[in-house]
Design a protein. Sequence first.
Length: 964
Amino acid sequence: MRQFPAAKWKAKPVDLYDCRLRSWYMEAATSPKDIIILLDSSGSMKGQRLDVAKKVVNTILDTLGTNDFVNIFTFGKTVEPAVKCFEETLVQANLGNIRELMEGVDSITIGNIANFTAALTKAFEVLELFRTEQRGAQCNQAIMIVSDGAPFAYEEVFEQYNWRDLPFKPVRVFTYLIGKEVADVKDIKWMACENQGYYVHLSDMAEVREMVLNYIPVMARPLVLGKHDHPVVWTQVYADVIDPKISDWMWEVKQCDDQREDVLEFRREGYRMLEPNEVHKRIYLRNKAAWNQPLESDVYQFMTTVSMPVYDRRMNATKIANLLGVAGTDVPIRDIKRMLSPFLLGVNGYAFIVTNNGYILFHPDFRPIFQGNILKPAYNSVDMIEVELLDDDRAPRDFNPVLLTIRDSIINQSTGSKWMLVKNHFDEMKRVARIKRQYYWRAIPNTPFTLVITYPEQYGVHRLSIRAENEIHRMNIKGENLLNYFGGKRWKIHPTWLYCKHNNKTFTTPEEELVWFLNKMSQPGWRWPLSRSAVPPEHAALLFCDRQLMQSLVFDARVTEWFSKNTSFNSKDDKGNEFKQRFGITVAFLATHSGLTRWQEFHSNMAEEAGTGETFSEQNKHAIDEMWYKRAVDQHFVHKDSFVYSVPFDAGDLAEEITVTASNAVFHTEGAKFAPAAVVGFQFHHSALEKLFRNITGNGCAVEDRECYVIDNNGFIIISPYRQETGKFFGEINGGIMARLVDEKVFKRVTVYDYQAVCFESSGDMNGSNNLLSPLFHLLRALKWLFHTVLWYIVQLTHMAIAEFIDPYIDEDMNDYPSNAKSTDWIRLVTLHRTRLKSCDMQRHLYLMYNEKDNVVYNMTAHACERPFVVLPIPNSNMILLVIDQRCPRDTSIQLTVNPAPIPYPLDKNQTFACYKNDREFSRVRPVSCINRHINESTIELCGNAGSIQLNVMLLILGILLSR
């Protein structure tokens, strides 16, 4: 069908959702389980049978959760693990291990004949080992056999390993018969029926999912037969209805979009786009779109689900155990975080929840998304020891015993506390701070979760609290209008904090909702609606308010009301205009501990007036969670009167005016107690700062043989002789001098490990195995060669036409390129190297300025080329002045960067990163409920639903009658 004019069709998103494959369904329907999958890799499993078998295995893997353990063995003449290093073991069924197993299944080789005896023996021995040593799931155990047929029943193997404690059989056996035409199903069905399992026959892809899921009701039989026990299950964090495998598809789509952009850019720019500077700029702009995004992202709704099984409790003539389904409710992580009252923890304090497996449910450093909207391959199996980084200079994955002890206490749901010195990275993982923190933890009743709260030792011990608990009531009695303190539009409240909530009314913004409640509070008869007690939803109040937070907010609004009235300068105020022009101030702001942010704008022209305020308010509305707030509070303990100055990273690459942000913390002190109350600051033009710098330094930095830099406390350039260097890490500009600054203890190098990183490996065919060859295979190869030859000639003709089309885009500037560059195939030059996602560990070397302002290095003078620089602290700031003698040769052999680099682990030949992680098992706690046997289960005869050819008696009688 053709349509004119042409229109692009909208492709509907792929719907892969099936509730039966979600962790909340699977974990409620069955108790934890150890699964070994035996995949037949004999010569008869070639072609479509192997494809169906792989689909069966992958579907089984999709049904497993973090409380399950699994491994896959292929069996032909010998028994081999699908992942070479997963031998003689079971691995936790988290996303990372499941992904590794799926890749192993994709690369299996086929040949020889199937040795069922060796395969079954291997599976039973591994399961018995885990059962004896109380490892793994410590509950259900099962063997899944995926094959196109078994020649015998192998009864002696089952007698030896599974029938020693009859009527209880510790291991269930499920068999999946593959193929349309199978000679005999008797033996393979017998294996399942005699071992409390289930047998199915599959012939094509369409029926795989439904057939595979038949094992769930079978494993649920002990639960159903018990009738009265309904275990409550809480899941690990997950992203709403998104299938984890869609990440690979989204990455492929992104690579296609990037490829299209490269081709279009080549059409516009020609060979200029291949210049190193242009390539670097293109890579930077692509990667700048958030390699790591926090849990607050609106792309996905992250949640945990609480669920429980629902049984058919009717008495049936035929003994069956019917699982009706699973009932549950989703609990958004965002709501849990709101209920934890984050304002009570204060700046740089936070809370997180740890599961029975040691994984985090949420954490400030939980980064499940990268590149804007793509879930990481193993996003929900991040261990708490991978985000709480101790400042101990240990090697990667060599975790401190103190941290492991705390982890054990947390997952065992004990109550405790501990001080630890940690490394906190922030600001896109390009800055770091070393902080001593206090940790407290306590179990959350009736869940497998433990709550942990932590705050800095220096300023987290105390917090501000207004003395009058009835501040709002007192204002109402005095006749004060609460809305007077929230006048105008230049104020915001923290968008994720729960101040007041109306359950049946929606508001456009948090500020609109706050104003609605302030009006309510001003009316007679107002009572605080406190509804945090556990009441049924139908009896819950429509309104809820956090009284303490609201009292603090109104108090802060009252004492900062002056900010909105007195900081703006009248256009006729000569002193005000002179001040603005001299310092280029665009915005002045104030943020308080209660989440209130106020700002004032200063405009030198109408263009600035149109956008400055809105841009600031949308990007800086999180008060104590803003970077300038956190850094200002930390800087207070370096020098209490100092300001923190910062510019955006790589700001020099931007065409527009660079903005400098300066902030200073305000502390409230009572005797020996103190706590951060607010942060004040302003934003101003970088050009004004440069002008002021030139005026102050005078001729000292104006000579040609000197370079003067202003560098912040993490090594980033605030002022440079070259605008394009602004916002860059100084070590990338002059690695030799930066290394000297580290040696002379101006900066400390701090190594930070990123255990949530994503690497990209070539997406080429990784399977080096050979298939069984046949005459048809050689014929197909010949046809394939012929097709490729014809296609090549077509491409050559097309290339000639494209080259003629592109010539007009190549201007005279390209004549500088050598002739061989023009003759190079342009398609190859702009072709994107396709990759696929892979979990990995990375490390960054970050830098932090020493706090000692009386450091002897600041009094040292330059000494020819032995020390071709002078460094001085800039008073009342987080910056230093660095003056370099240009007459000395620059050491280009030292290249420093804050960008991540993969950690080169010493992997063996058959070892992958997933194997390296699994070499060391960390403790976990099995879920409380384990129901894996029932005395009446042996009376259930249903053990398979495979179709078979049966005689139709009615048709036979009708045929006999008609023949007469």
